[in-house]
Design a protein around this ligand. Sequence first.
Ligand SMILES: [Zn+2]
Length: 196
Amino acid sequence: MHDLATGVTHFRDAVFPAKAELFARLTTTHTPATLFIGCSDARVVPELITSSEPGELFVIRTAGNLVPAYGPGADGVAASIEYAVAVLGVERIVVCGHSGCGAMTALAERHDLSTMPTVAAWLRHADAAAARPGSQATASLIRANVVAQQANLATHPAVARALSTGAVTVEGWVFDIGTGIVTVIDPAGDDRIIAA
Ligand SMILES: [Zn+2]
């Protein structure tokens, strides 16, 4: 198992010095241009797959990259979205799904979640995706879920306002763990691979 203390020491001694100027600037500024909403899955590391530096991505990670639709009550996901859009003024929101997603596999294969009532309840936020025709296959559900979560995202007032003025754009991605390829999901079916 990777030792965290060794990792922290390596960061402090070998990584931080090379980025000291960046971190010095970041002590007083926090102006990420992108809100990245991804899965909690340990294999999908937003900064790594986008080659982003500290300060560039405001990140929310949830099981299945699910974004509950806006509703009353305290909600950490909603609060983070509101803060990113209304306060930080992010210009771009990415909802990123991924291959081999455990949450989407559980839904597509109808796993028994009776011993995980909280997980089962949380995955209800993917009901709209699961209801789409052809979403019985895990890969199709992963894709449909990215589209559905973009729709949920748009129900948040701060996002709706920013979308109406063109202040923010929302896009859906799927990251393939085995190849490192990121595909931009087009709800109309015209997906494309990201390439510079
Ligand atoms: Zn996942």
